[in-house]
Design a protein around this ligand. Structure first.
Ligand code: MOS
Length: 739
């Protein structure tokens, strides 16, 4: 099914099941411990041996020699795989560095060996006996120093965030020089780690030349392709199974070393092998969000209209990697005739940078939305009003290109109302509540809406039970539930008559989960398969498909009515279909919008920041399940608290690695850090996005939050911090005197 004209009225518009707050259908399995995650697939892959990954002890250089003799002789050891005996491996299309290093080492903790043993403890003990001699080479680890001579580089995050090396509209320099009110400021965001709860984990089993990997992965079909490519085997010989994923955040978009080491270990040991990347290995072995250094210049008329806006960002990555596309949203968020964006990419020998939690917009808005706050203050304007004055309903670079829907103004106005924004004191550092300096902050949220083709198979059996199968993943987002809701709505059956099977590469290829496209795209694929099944049923019954209704477990046309069970018959009926997209996304800019509001308290004596209240008002198309969508948004807001206040991989610039590579040193928010969070969805249905009229919403909940917190802190203290995370040492000395 091709989606190339705006959606008309369709069965989803009934909203009898879709759009209703619905508990997760997989919730009972997760809360009872009966949902098997990758490392727990013992029933599917019995008798697995344990693999323990050895990570490189240098950032750049080569292995001069490996001595495996002691490790091989250790109790329980079954096999040890290194680059010497792994056979020929090819780098995956989605990897920047090889997943098995040696003799060349590309980054710290790059896997250089997997030790397979009967038990985990034996594998770990033997791994400690692997002797490796390295020759260290000089590496580049200092982003600021390397950006001095880094070239301009455009790119696409792969998640809907993109910008060319340089993008100019009008004459920025001239307009900026002529503007009566200007801002020119520098902002930094640090390297960050996904820190998902479930580590990267896989069990691999070979049957002859066929390989099955139970793994934790967001994108089954990408992963299947890259496993085949890396190992040099045909794609048809690879099966990936990933029904439950304990968080990915972009770190599991791609196959990582756990899957490849498990496959190599299993081949060498001649039996299934399970590998969970050890937590202290994850930060340096896998991908991370790259640090950025950003410069923003804004020129305004005295009435607050932007006449010139420039956003430049620099980041680094291994050779062949890409930039953090932090300037992307600045092309679209605000009006202004003269514009400039540019990105520079430095070559660094730190671990591989890649997508994490709204790549591009999340760190880009952390800078842009502080700059907007600073500019509003220079103008003496309210920061909500300043944003509203500069709203645009068209792509500022191509005014003939409208947004499919855009209600940023509604988000900001309703948010200000609900949050009690009028009570904010615009004079910073002057509101007290006992020991607390109190402040409020606002930021716009913006994230593009991507659509991805997606297929599904839907069947009905003789009992009238509907089964949906697609290789879509549920990474904690609620995919199972919204897919069941979609099939129930389309076929007119109650939710408990729908079985959803996900995360298996033997099922039709879906959109997968990434870039907040999964909800809309995967359900659109299910919509297409259901539409085809409705046709099939109507034809079988001799009904005119134009006036058929599916309701209450029955199919009706005129005064004829047949139960679905009867229609399916003993053999059952099934249909498979893919929804593909035409060029509506080119004709219309599809984006999602939010107003983020935050109140903080800053301890006047210690500088400690506590978030007191948070509100997100989101405009993101039809909300398929307000309960799971809300969970997505409050989770994302929590990530925003992490980004604003805590999360930072500390770079060792001498040896080139992330020092705080475990959950003791890499801090993320816990329940005690998070206050009441309120989420409001504006009523929308976007006919340009898909037959579901839904859009992405998960990552929108993060985009802008960091800056809203930063702006609230400034309002509380009067001290502007432009370097994230905003830890108390960055403002303590400058806080108002207390004694
Ligand atoms: Mo992407 S960072 O997997 O949504």
């Amino acid at each position: 099914m091709k989606f190339d004209t705006p959606a008309g009225t369709n069965p989803i518009d009934r909203m009898q099941v879709v759009g209703k707050p619905t508990d997760r259908i997989d919730g009972k399995y997760k809360t009872t411990g009966t949902a098997p995650y990758a490392y727990e697939q013992n029933r599917a892959a019995p008798n697995a041996a344990y693999g323990y990954v050895v990570g490189a002890g240098i950032a750049k250089g080569r292995i001069a020699g490996i001595d495996l003799s002691a490790a091989k002789a250790a109790p329980g050891v079954l096999a040890i795989v290194t680059a010497d005996n792994a056979g020929k491996l090819t780098k995956g299309n989605f990897n920047t560095a090889n997943l098995l290093g040696g003799p060349a080492i590309e980054h710290y903790h790059q896997a250089v060996a997997v030790v397979v043993a009967e038990t985990f403890e034996q594998a770990r003990a033997a791994a400690a006996l692997v002797r490796i001699d390295y020759v260290r080479a000089k590496g580049r680890f200092d982003l600021a120093a390397e950006l001095d001579h880094a070239p301009l580089k455009g790119d696409d995050s792969g998640e809907g965030s993109k910008a060319p090396p340089v993008d100019r509209v009008g004459d920025f320099e001239k307009a900026f020089a002529a503007a009566p009110v200007t801002l020119d400021a520098r902002y930094t965001t640090p390297d960050q780690s996904h820190a998902m709860m479930e580590p990267h984990a896989s069990i691999a089993a070979w049957q002859g030349d066929e390989l099955t990997i139970w793994t934790s992965n967001q994108m089954i079909n990408w992963g299947k392709g890259d496993v085949a490519r890396t190992l040099g085997i045909p794609k048809e010989k690879v099966r990936l199974i990933s029904p439950y994923v304990g968080g990915g955040f972009g770190g599991k978009l791609f196959v990582r070393s756990d899957a490849i080491m498990a496959a190599l270990g299993a081949r060498a040991a001649g039996r299934p092998v399970k590998v969970a990347l050890q937590r202290p290995l994850i930060a340096n072995n896998t991908t991370h969000r790259p640090a950025t250094i950003q410069r923003i210049r804004i020129g305004c008329q005295k009435d607050g209209r932007i006449t010139a806006i420039a956003h430049e960002s620099g980041s680094g990555d291994l050779p062949g990697g890409g930039p953090e596309t932090a300037v992307s949203q600045t092309k679209l968020l605000y009006a202004g005739a003269n514009r400039l964006t540019a990105m520079r990419l430095a070559v660094l020998d730190l671990p591989e940078g890649n997508a994490m939690r709204a790549p591009g917009e999340a760190p880009g808005l952390m800078a842009l939305e502080i700059a907007m706050d600073e500019m509003a203050e220079k103008l003496g304007m309210d920061p909500v009003e300043f944003r509203i004055v500069n709203d645009t309903q068209v792509d500022p670079a191509k005014p003939e290109r409208k947004f499919s829907q855009r209600d940023l103004v509604g988000c900001l106005r309703q948010g200000a109302d609900r949050f009690g924004w009028s009570r904010r004191n615009p004079k910073p550092g002057t509101t007290r509540d006992g020991q607390w300096l109190v402040g409020m902050g606002v930021a716009a949220g913006f994230r593009n809406n991507m659509t991805m083709k997606s297929a599904a198979r839907v069947g009905i059996d003789r009992k009238g039970v509907v089964t949906v199968a697609t290789d879509m993943t549920d990474i904690g987002t609620g995919s199972y539930t919204i897919i069941a809701q979609t099939a129930a709505e389309m076929l007119g059956v109650p939710l408990d008559k729908v079985v959803v099977l996900l995360g298996d590469s033997s099922f039709p290829v879906s959109s997968g989960s990434g870039g907040q496209w999964g909800g809309n795209s995967s359900t659109a694929g299910v919509y297409a398969a259901c539409a085809k099944l409705r046709e099939t049923i109507a034809q079988k019954l001799g009904f005119n498909s134009a006036d058929v209704t599916f309701e209450g477990g029955k199919v009706r046309a005129g005064n004829r009515s047949v139960s679905l069970a009867e229609a399916a018959g003993d053999a059952g009926l099934s249909a498979e279909e893919m929804l593909e997209y035409g060029d509506l996304a080119k004709k219309y800019q599809q984006s999602t919008f939010a107003g983020h509001f935050v109140e903080v308290g800053v301890d006047a004596w210690t500088g400690e920041v506590r978030v007191r209240r948070m509100l997100a008002v989101c405009a993101a198309g039809r909300i398929l399940n307000p309960l799971t969508a809300r969970s997505q948004v409050i989770g994302a807001m929590t990530m925003g608290v992490g980004a604003a206040l805590m999360e930072e991989l500390a770079v060792d610039k001498r040896f080139g690695f992330f020092v705080n590579h475990d959950l003791a040193g890499y801090e993320v928010p816990v329940h005690a850090d998070i206050p009441h969070q309120e989420v409001v969805f504006l009523e929308e249905a976007d006919p340009m996005s898909s037959p579901m009229k839904a859009k992405g919403v998960g990552e929108l909940g993060l985009c802008g939050v960091g800056a809203a917190i930063a702006n609230a802190i400034y309002n509380a203290t009067g001290v502007r911090v432009r370097d994230y995370p905003i830890t108390l040492d960055k403002h303590l000395e400058k806080l108002p005197h207390v004694a």
